[in-house]
Each structure stands twice: as C-alpha cells, then as structure tokens.
Design a protein around this ligand. Structure first.
Ligand code: HEM
Length: 210
C-alpha cells in the first residue's frame, strides 16, 4: 500500500472517529444543558429557594441565560485555538439553550414576579433601564432563534444568515449591561462576565484585523 493511501485511510478513520464522538457528545451536551433548570425545579419542589423564592428563580435563570450566551460565543474561539472544527456543530444547540433560559427568565419575571399584570410590566419596561435593556437583549435573540432551522438557513442564504447571526454579539453586550444596571452593589460578578465577553469578542476582532 502506498504511503499516501495509508494516510488517506487514517484520515478517514480519524474523521469517522470524531463523527462518532460528536454523535455521542451532542446528546450528552443536550442533557447537561438541562441540568440547571432541573436543579432549580428540584429546589422549588423541596422548598429550598431561600427567603425570596421568586427572586431566586428569576436570578438563577438570568445567570444561566447569560452563561449559555457566553458558552455559545466561546465555540468559535475554542475551535480556532484547538483546531477542533467539529465543535462548531454544538453552536446552534448551545445558542438555542441560551434562548430557552432567557425565555424562562423572562417568564419568571412576567408570571411569578408581576403576575401577568401587563400595564405594570409596561411601566417597568419604560421606567427601569435594566428591564428595557433586558427586553432589547431578548428581542435581538428572537430572529436568531427563528432562523436557526436548516430550512431557514437555506431560505435566508448562508452569507446573509451569517451576517444576521452576528447580532448575537449585541445580545451578549446587552445581557452584560442589563446585569450591570440591575445590580446595586457588588459589581464583581457582572465584571467577570464582562471580561469573559471581552475576550470572546476580542478574539474575533483580532482575527479580522487586516
Ligand atoms: C439576553 C437576555 C437576558 C439576559 C442574558 C439576562 C440576564 C440576567 C442576569 C445575569 C441577571 C442577574 C442575576 C443575578 O443577580 O444573579 C438578571 C436579572 C434580572 N433580569 Fe434579566 N436577562 C435577560 C433578559 C431579561 C428580560 C427580557 C427581562 C424581563 C422582561 C429580564 C428581567 C430581569 C429581572 C427582573 C432581573 C432581576 C431579578 C430580581 O432581582 O428579582 N431579563 N438578568
């Protein structure tokens, strides 16, 4: 057998191996992404949410919304640094989990905190800057979630789809700013999220630098 053929076979084997690894990894990441909401449900059912359960639920879901946004944004930098291209296949799922947690976070606010009192919610959106920014962040994620299916990628067209999905950077920034405006003291946590976001966006900026 020629060396080149042998290399071709080993490359194919490596690719097949990573294909199988990805087939196992996807459901594992999916299951892991449901752990935060499961743990929160367990805490709710066992009465382990502290003195202000509604606040605890809203905040926990807000934290996970932001974490998943950053995890989804980390996929490309990790791919660039490690050369592990297959990881890109997890990006859509992680982005949709970010949207899932944002929706639950917003529902906790609308349903548990405000009891679906729409006039009061509207007053809050207009008056409290951090709620306005939260709604803006959610609004940026909606077109991304809607265009996340294969059929929509084809309909929109690859180039336009990629341009549209750059809105996710704005969602990350708005999410962090929302956190900063919400908090009254102890800026360490939002500052950590801001630093992580700066690195993830910085990697992209450096890459595009002429
Ligand atoms: C991308 C969208 C969003 C992200 C990433 C996000 C993230 C967060 C984070 C990290 C917190 C702080 C949690 C903590 O203190 O540990 C928070 C708090 C909060 N967010 Fe959001 N949020 C988003 C959208 C929204 C929307 C759409 C609403 C409501 C319409 C909202 C309402 C709130 C409220 C009311 C709090 C304060 C909870 C409390 O103190 O009881 N957020 N959010």
């Amino acid at each position: 057998m020629h060396g080149r053929d042998f290399r071709g076979i080993t490359t194919a084997m490596t690719e097949t191996g990573s294909h199988f690894a990805m087939r196992a990894l996807k459901p594992a990441v999916f299951a892991a992404s449901l752990i935060p909401v499961t743990l929160l449900a367990i805490r709710a059912f066992t009465g382990d949410l502290g003195a202000n359960p509604i606040e605890a639920v809203t905040r926990d879901l807000g934290d996970w919304a932001l974490r998943f946004l950053l995890i989804a944004l980390a996929v490309t930098p990790v791919r660039l640094v490690t050369g592990w291209n297959q990881i890109a296949r997890l990006r859509r799922m992680l982005g949709l989990f970010a949207f899932f947690y944002v929706c639950l976070h917003m529902l906790a606010y609308v349903g548990l905190d405000q009891f679906f009192d729409w006039p009061a919610i509207w007053r809050d959106i207009v008056k409290r800057v951090y709620i306005t920014i939260g709604v803006a962040a959610l609004a940026t994620l909606v077109p991304l979630a809607v265009t996340s299916t294969d059929a929509m990628v084809r309909r929109v067209g690859g180039k336009r789809w990629r341009a549209l999905h750059r809105i996710v950077y704005a969602a990350g920034v708005l999410g962090v700013v929302h956190y900063f405006f919400m908090i009254k003291a102890g800026y360490v946590e939002p500052a950590i999220y801001a630093a992580v976001l700066a690195v993830l966006l910085g990697v992209r900026a450096v890459r595009r630098w002429p």
